[in-house]
Design a protein around this ligand. Structure first.
Ligand code: F6R
Length: 258
């Protein structure tokens, strides 16, 4: 696992966009997260599309998760959110952006179909991830099997509370269930890039980077991945023990690895 610590959220977004851009130039399959964390990275990629002609035309994308019961047209459905915040602003064909069907009458079948669609596309090349304050990735809450596949999960009360800000501060309006890629599904992506910002993420970052690999912190599964990059600002890095080494390794990274 490579840990990159940058002074600000904006610096982190630029580092993440540099990594994603290399994949976009190869027409890669992108794994997209929603939530606040990747918004700066998406803004940076949109700017590169607009100002430098970075083209997404050969790419396709899979979302990590979707609320169960929210119709696609709902302002807070992840189907709609990713279009509003990212894909509608680049030349990525709308039909090439897939998400789990949160309104399917049989969520189990929709989940299996989603895993099958990812596999049929040849898998995800680069997966962007945020992390929950409770250590979740996608919506794999504490206790999720590290081998899990896409399935329905119940949100943790902390996640309901955290996400209520997208629903006008009303926790009761946040759906309780989601369809989410499993940890096993996510781990099949070829490169995992996890971003985290701010003091509120510091303890999750410590657990995922320096804690034991354990279902209680689903994000710790990144430790088992051969190509995982964790990009954090100073505040999110605040509880890490080995920061001196992470900074040294990044500063001395050979050019061919950048
Ligand atoms: C969203 C997702 C979640 C978020 C996480 C952090 O698609 O999968 O795991 O990445 O809840 O959310 P933010 O970025 O809003 O702090």
């Amino acid at each position: 696992m490579e840990v990159i610590i940058r002074p600000t959220e904006r610096d982190c977004a630029v580092v993440a966009a540099d990594i994603v851009e290399r994949y976009v130039r190869c027409g890669a399959t992108l794994g997209l997260a929603t939530g606040s964390t990747p918004v700066g990275t998406y803004a940076e990629l949109i700017a590169r599309h607009r100002d430098q002609g970075l083209s997404f035309a050969q790419c396709r994308a899979f979302l990590l998760d979707e609320y169960v019961g929210l119709p696609r047209e709902h302002e807070q459905s992840y189907y709609r959110t990713i279009r509003r915040e990212f894909t509608a602003h680049v030349d990525l064909d709308d039909a090439a952006v897939a998400s789990p069907d949160g309104t399917a009458p049989h969520p189990g079948e929709a989940a299996a179909a989603y895993d099958a669609a990812i596999a049929a596309a040849g898998g995800v090349d680069i997966q962007i991830l945020g992390v929950g304050t409770d250590g979740h990735i996608a919506f794999n809450e504490p206790g999720s099997s590290l081998a899990s596949r896409t399935r329905m999960k119940t949100l943790h009360p902390d996640t309901v509370r955290d996400n209520s800000r997208f629903f006008g501060g009303d926790s009761a309006a946040v759906p309780r269930h989601v369809l989410t890629q499993g940890i096993g599904t996510i781990r099949e992506a070829r490169h995992l890039v996890l971003l985290a910002f701010g003091e509120s993420k510091a303890s999750a970052v410590r657990a995922l980077v320096e804690g034991p690999v354990a279902a209680v912190c689903p994000a710790s599964a990144l430790q088992l991945h051969p190509q995982a990059t964790v990009i954090v600002d100073e505040a999110a890095a605040g509880l890490l023990e080995h920061t001196e080494y992470y900074r040294f390794a990044y500063d001395n990274k050979p050019d061919w690895q950048r």
